[in-house]
Design a binder for this molecule. Structure first.
Ligand code: 0L1
Ligand code: MG
Length: 254
């Protein structure tokens, strides 16, 4: 299998916001091959001038793991080009069929990599914040297997981060409400992220290490969705309220 060709195909699909057939229709990618494709496709973005700013963790809830048929979380890379402005307008033209989900973000103050305890992970955190992830599978009808989704940067496509708070804030069980046009669309808790968002950070350290990388000081880590994702549509007002961490949102434009 030509992994560089597959990487070019997912990168072009993301760059041009064009849907493509899933690769598993022809021949499924193994998890190892899929992460190699992801790394190659991200090299193409970096070559165009985008900078890596952190990582996202995905499939961090039991429900999503079962849906995609996996027993471990997945991860993807975040770049500065994916960052959307808090309170700004997100253009649908940049995306294929985007969905938004409520998350918690970590800001790293020290490098972290490998097998670490929850305590070690939290001691490397500078701050925590409410966040919104815009996931956008490049595959037709948002249909994929685990290899497809990892190759497609784990559906990572956009994100918004709110104001940073003290890392000692108790984030174990914060109420999270994702409002669309002033009405609660999804209601959940940060506890839905692997039981506690710090578990996602522990997994992040393990997974980047297996790719020969580390979380660096200044990196943002998106811990994973606390509820199901909501499909975005032009004209929507999206607002996330996180107990104790405040509100963030954006409007959806053409
Ligand atoms: O962030 C996520 O949990 C999404 C990971 C990929 C699966 C999907 O696109 O729903
Ligand atoms: Mg997510």
């Amino acid at each position: 299998m030509d992994l560089a060709k597959i990487a070019e195909s997912v990168d072009e699909a993301a760059r041009t916001a064009t849907e493509i057939p899933q690769f598993s229709d022809e021949k499924p990618l193994s998890v190892e091959e899929a992460y190699a494709v992801q790394a190659l496709s991200m090299q193409r973005r970096y070559a165009r001038g985008e900078k890596r700013v952190g990582i996202k963790m995905g499939l961090t809830s039991r429900a999503k793991m079962i849906q995609v048929g996996v027993s471990d979380v997945v991860w993807g890379r975040l770049t500065d080009g994916m960052r959307e402005e808090e309170g700004g307008v997100v253009s649908m033209a940049k995306y294929v069929h985007p969905r938004v989900e409520p998350e918690i973000a970590f800001l790293m103050k020290k490098p972290l990599s490998g097998e670490v305890s929850a305590l070690e992970a939290m001691s490397a955190v500078e701050a925590v914040a409410p966040a919104l992830e815009i996931i956008d599978s490049r595959y037709k009808a948002f249909k994929f297997d685990v290899g497809d989704v990892i190759a497609d940067n784990s559906s990572s496509s956009g994100f918004v981060v709110g104001s940073w708070h003290n890392p000692e804030t108790d984030i174990s069980n914060l109420g999270m409400v994702l409002n669309i046009d002033g009405r609660a669309g999804e209601i959940g808790s940060s506890a839905a992220i692997l039981g506690h968002p710090v578990r996602s950070l522990v997994s992040a350290a393990r997974m980047v290490a297996s790719a020969g990388e580390e979380l660096k000081a200044g990196d943002i880590v998106l811990a994973g969705g606390a509820t199901a994702a909501i499909p975005m549509a032009v004209g929507q007002s999206v607002l996330l309220e996180v107990e104790g961490l405040g509100q963030i949102g954006f409007k959806v434009g053409e």
